[in-house]
Design a protein around this ligand. Structure first.
Ligand SMILES: [Zn+2]
Length: 65
């Protein structure tokens, strides 16, 4: 049985961005298009995943995947 998410064409699926395992921070500007936002930096701070509060992109350290 699948738990189907209601589809909403106005919402964009958040992207998952792989980053190098050695990185301790990432920069996100949302890329081009409607999700663009001022550049922000996030520190992994010991975690292997950070999520951008602006555009919901998820940054995952490559080794984690
Ligand atoms: Zn972002």
């Amino acid at each position: 049985m699948l738990n189907k998410q209601p589809s909403n064409p106005s919402m964009t699926t958040p992207e998952t961005i792989l980053v190098e395992d050695s990185a301790d921070s990432v920069a996100c500007d949302g890329g081009n298009g409607p999700l663009g936002h001022p550049i922000v930096y996030y520190s992994f701070d010991g975690k292997s995943v950070v999520e951008c509060g602006y555009c919901d992109r998820v940054f995952v350290k490559a080794k984690t995947v």
